[in-house]
Design a protein around this ligand. Structure first.
Ligand SMILES: Nc1ncnc2c1ncn2[C@@H]1O[C@H](COP(=O)(O)OP(=O)(O)OP(=O)(O)O)[C@@H](O)[C@H]1O
Ligand SMILES: [Mg+2]
Length: 211
């Protein structure tokens, strides 16, 4: 993976919601939305890594499908750890309802009073649809069923429909300089501080590169 470039404005906007000076608010959510490949997941990764110390725990959930989401959320039972859903070796009990129990236990843990300083990223929430909306794509699910009622949440999505779930940050194309910087990093060509490459003048004509 190449080095993260730019997006300072977006990261600062996320700070405003997720690390406010007033710590009283118990539920804070940011929705990063924009086109496929524009850089939403990268911003969330950079945020989670660089702000790790501001949170009691950071959980990363791929929300590509409801099944993967539930597995990943349930797996936190091993990290927290929640004894009554784990076997003697500290793994989720392998029974028919083991996964469901672990999922429920983690959700309950996330809702405990005074436990709201964690950060969860729900990444790639592109199969969301409100329940009962009648679409017959079986992969569609309602993300709202899985979002805890407190704590800090980042959602990345291609869907503008999810904007209302939190502080909406629209992710747009990077500047020409930033795109050029990514390209130079990927190709190993040196660029100076303004992101200008003296070796690849042809690159000046490439706008909005996404790798
Ligand atoms: N700020 C950045 N710095 C460096 N590389 C980046 C940056 N943003 C995006 N990229 C490059 O672009 C690729 C696509 O970005 P990313 O996966 O974040 O897009 P996305 O918006 O989450 O797309 P999707 O909607 O398909 O999930 C990354 O794998 C990375 O190579
Ligand atoms: Mg993504």
């Amino acid at each position: 993976m190449g080095k993260f470039v730019g997006r300072n404005l977006e990261l600062a906007l996320m700070d405003k919601t997720l690390i406010p000076p007033d710590k009283a608010t118990r539920s804070r959510r940011v929705v990063l939305h924009g086109l496929g490949g524009i850089g939403k997941t990268q911003i969330a990764v950079e945020y989670a890594n660089s702000r790790r110390k501001n949170f009691s725990a950071v959980f990363w959930i791929s929300a590509k499908s409801e099944e993967v989401l539930k597995h990943m959320l349930a797996a936190f039972a091993e990290r927290i750890p929640l004894q009554d859903v784990l076997d003697s070796s500290g793994q989720i009990i392998k029974s028919n309802d083991g996964l469901e129990r672990a999922y429920t236990a983690v959700k309950e843990w996330l809702d405990l009073p005074d436990n709201h300083r964690w950060l969860i990223v729900f990444d790639n929430v592109d199969k969301h649809q409100p329940s009962g909306s009648g679409r017959d794509d079986t992969k569609i699910f309602d993300i709202r069923h899985h979002i805890p009622g407190q704590g800090n949440v980042i959602i990345t999505t291609r869907s503008a429909d999810l904007r209302r779930l939190g502080e909406d940050i629209e992710i747009e194309n990077m500047s020409e300089e930033e795109s050029l910087q990514i390209l130079c990093n990927a190709s190993g060509v040196h660029a100076d501080e303004e992101g200008e490459s003296h070796h690849l003048p042809a690159l000046q004509h490439i706008h909005f590169v996404h790798i």
